[in-house]
Design a protein around this ligand. Structure first.
Ligand code: GLY
Ligand code: MN
Length: 465
């Protein structure tokens, strides 16, 4: 209401000097109200334990600094993204920023200056400006309590200064900002390729919670049949929020022919008896490591003979891909092993216009009409992790102990594909697991979920009661 607005207080800026993020529909703030609000608050700084990431982050910063001796490296956390008007998406920090600092608060900037690290952070609102009760983005009474500078420093073992003291860096020193400097972005991604033990434990936890989310979905199969794809998406999200931070990417829930759309995230369709449903879902844990797992389930709990044959073919391809993973082999070894199996399977089905061997020629690849995508990507804090690495290192380089990658071949027969028998049209199958490269082979971090057709049927029968 307009008549509520006339008597604004004189301090209508946030703690960093910008206009407060208030809205036209926010009530007026007369001076008496503002003055009263700033008084009478107790001291509330907390004792915060050291975060387990601290020593890892320090080691990572040292490695990054060593790659750019004498230089200044700037890694911002990023800020809020508008969803609509005055409403933002929930904040999720930039991956490299968190990897090298441990910080997850918005608007912070990590600066590594010739090896010396300072985190410029936006701390909790003090009580001597209007920010804490008026600012929708940063105000404690609107958005929640942010940690103080001391709390962040105690938690992360890093020097913290207020973000308003962030220098402009307009001296002669070489300064690289990861949002614009491709070399810094590349090296940061390459350093993230090999996971340390703490990261592997984080990924294992993300996979374990993901398993629970898949189990939740199958336990609620009656509601799934009633409400369709949306029920699985929502059920999985509940588990992700309850035990992790979020989902690591939009869940893909493809009932029937929707499974042939690789990134079907609308999730608006029905789940229909007699068909398959493809679930590609991953939990992002509290420290932002994500799982990425796909299972394809028979809606009735039992595969039809045609579905089973195709499923077993994809499973054989995936197993060949997993078996190919070990240190020292090309990253693409899993893909090549899986495609060898699928191309021969497609030839056996009489679908290929040439022999399997001819189709597998890199100059041909006609089999890929039904396999569509690569078999693997790196996995970590990003679902498609380390994507800015030099292509000679990833994807063209070799696997090393500590890398984590997906192995996720699939077969996809589009509804309108006149080159396949009618009974195959509208079937999509993908099986995806998260594979750690070990000293002498690999370990499947998502092995708790069933993979063979018989195991899937037994598991569904057990969970659906
Ligand atoms: N989970 C989605 C993808 O790997 O593209
Ligand atoms: Mn994937």
């Amino acid at each position: 209401m307009n008549e509520e607005h006339p008597t604004e207080t004189d301090v209508a800026t946030s703690e960093t000097g910008e206009p407060l993020a208030t809205e036209s529909h926010d009530p007026a703030v007369p001076a008496a109200y503002a003055a009263f609000m700033r008084t009478g608050w107790g001291e509330r700084e907390l004792d915060v334990p050291r975060h387990p990431i601290t020593e890892h982050a320090a080691r990572r910063r040292a490695a990054l600094a060593a790659a750019f001796p004498g230089e200044r490296l700037v890694l911002p956390a990023g800020t809020f993204k508008v969803r609509a008007n005055d409403t933002d998406y929930r904040f999720r920090p930039d991956t490299a920023h968190t990897y090298f600092s441990g910080n997850q608060t918005s608007d912070a900037v990590l600066v590594i200056d010739d090896g010396e690290a300072v985190l410029y952070a936006r701390p909790r609102s003090e009580r001597d400006t209007d920010e804490f009760f008026r600012d929708r983005q940063y105000g404690e009474l609107w958005a929640g309590r942010r940690p103080s500078g001391r709390e962040i420093s105690d938690s992360l073992g890093i020097e913290v200064r207020h973000v308003q003291d962030l220098p402009s860096f307009d001296d002669d020193r070489k300064t690289r900002d990861i949002t614009t400097d491709e070399d810094l972005a590349r090296v940061a991604d390459e350093l993230r390729l090999v996971k340390d033990e703490w990261e592997v434990a984080e990924l294992q936890e993300a996979c374990d919670i993901t398993t629970l989310g898949f189990e939740d979905s199958v336990r609620e199969w009656d509601r799934v049949l009633e409400h369709g794809e949306r029920w699985i998406e929502g059920t999985f999200f509940r588990r992700a929020r309850a035990m992790g931070n979020d989902i690591g990417y939009d869940s893909i829930v493809g009932g029937g022919a929707h499974a042939t759309t690789l990134h079907w995230i609308d999730n608006t369709g029905p789940i229909t008896p007699g068909e398959l449903v493809l679930l590609d879902m991953g939990v992002e844990g509290r420290n932002l490591y994500t799982a990425d797992v796909t299972r394809t389930l028979p809606v009735d709990g039992r595969f039809t003979p045609v579905q089973r044959d195709l499923y077993d073919l994809v499973h054989a391809a995936q197993q060949a891909g997993i078996d190919a993973v070990r240190p020292g082999v090309p990253f693409l070894a899993a893909h090549n092993a899986a495609m060898e199996i699928l191309a021969h399977g497609l030839a056996d089905l009489g679908l290929l216009p040439v022999s399997a061997q001819e189709a597998l020629d890199p100059e041909s690849k006609v089999y890929a009409r039904w396999t569509l995508h690569g078999t693997s990507h790196m996995l970590g804090m990003d679902v498609h992790d380390c994507g800015r690495s030099s292509v000679d290192i990833y994807p063209k380089g070799d696997l090393a102990e500590g890398m984590v990658l997906t192995v996720e071949p699939g077969l996809y027969f589009q509804e309108d594909d006149l080159l396949v028998p009618e009974e195959l049209r509208g079937i999509g199958i993908r099986i995806e697991d998260d594979i750690l490269v070990t000293a002498d082979g690999s370990q499947n971090l998502s092995a708790a979920l069933p993979r063979t057709s018989a195991e899937v049927e037994e598991w569904m029968g057990r969970l659906r009661g």
